[in-house]
Design a binder for this molecule. Structure first.
Ligand code: 0L1
Ligand code: MG
Length: 262
């Protein structure tokens, strides 16, 4: 940890202001080049605490950068983690207002709702599988608060891993009915197929990223409470969207999700 409490609070405020005013900022490591992971998660937690103090509800948790290829490319050993807010929740067939965002992108994910608490260190995939109540299709809306997507991982974690919203609904299913690594999906933008993928793109199995999330939270003295909605990480690359775009993601066995950016 390199920052004191007041610097963490100031950076949290700067990032939250960038989000609420849709005004991108320069990545924070330009000013604080020696920021470490602990600083980054402390800034993210300070953003969460400021939001919840104003009445925002934490709607769930997320893992990001979960594909092995992307982790290797970005020279990281584990995914990054963030939290979802109630005001970012959209149902199937929603209209998503572009003016809430700077430069939104979407990625297709598999989501879980848990039925019991998960805690680390030492959480493993079998514990996660035993704790899954049901599985849902989901789409994450990403929106970096940094200018021109110029960021590094420490800056991204501080910026709540670019979370901006999420779409869910579709067809909730029991885990035993699904084979998550081979569960396929197709992303269409304006009727054209733009991405295809399968669950194994997320660390071999999407539940693996939930175990990593529990272990990451454990290091920070937190747990995944029972009943948590968790987005397990992008199966596809993130796709940029513009006003007027229609996106549909067809998930094998989980139904489809559609959204229109207006
Ligand atoms: O959900 C994620 O994979 C996090 C991505 C963070 C970086 C970005 O904004 O693309
Ligand atoms: Mg994601």
């Amino acid at each position: 940890m390199t920052l004191d409490k007041s610097a963490i609070a100031a950076l949290a405020k700067r990032l939250e202001q960038a989000e609420t005013t849709r005004t991108p900022i320069i990545k924070i490591t330009d000013e604080y080049p020696s920021l470490d992971w602990e600083d980054a998660y402390a800034i993210q937690t300070a953003i969460r605490d400021a939001k919840t103090a104003r009445g925002v509800r934490v709607a769930g948790l997320k893992a990001g950068l979960t594909s092995k290829a992307k982790m290797k490319q970005m020279n990281v050993e584990e995914p990054v983690f963030g939290f979802l807010c109630d005001y970012g929740a959209y149902g199937d067939s929603s209209e998503i207002p572009m003016d809430r965002y700077i430069a939104p992108r979407i990625e297709a994910e598999i989501a879980f709702v848990t039925s019991r608490e998960l805690s680390g260190p030492g959480c493993h995939i079998a514990e996660v599988l035993a704790a899954i109540d049901f599985v849902l299709p989901a789409v994450e809306v990403l929106d970096s608060r940094y200018e021109n997507f110029r960021f590094d991982l420490i800056s991204v974690v501080a910026d709540n891993t670019s979370v901006a919203g999420f779409v869910t609904g579709g067809r909730p299913r029991q885990l035993a009915e699904l084979d998550l690594p081979t569960l396929g999906l197709v992303v269409e933008k304006n009727g054209e197929i733009v991405e295809v993928g399968a669950g194994a793109a997320v660390l071999g199995h999407p539940a693996e990223s939930v175990a990593m999330l529990a272990n990451n939270l454990g290091r920070r003295g937190e747990v995944i409470p029972a009943g948590t909605f968790i987005m397990s990480g992008g199966i596809t690359a993130a796709i940029g969207v513009e006003r007027g775009d229609n996106v549909t993601v067809r998930f094998q066995d989980l139904g489809s999700l559609s959204m229109r950016f207006v």
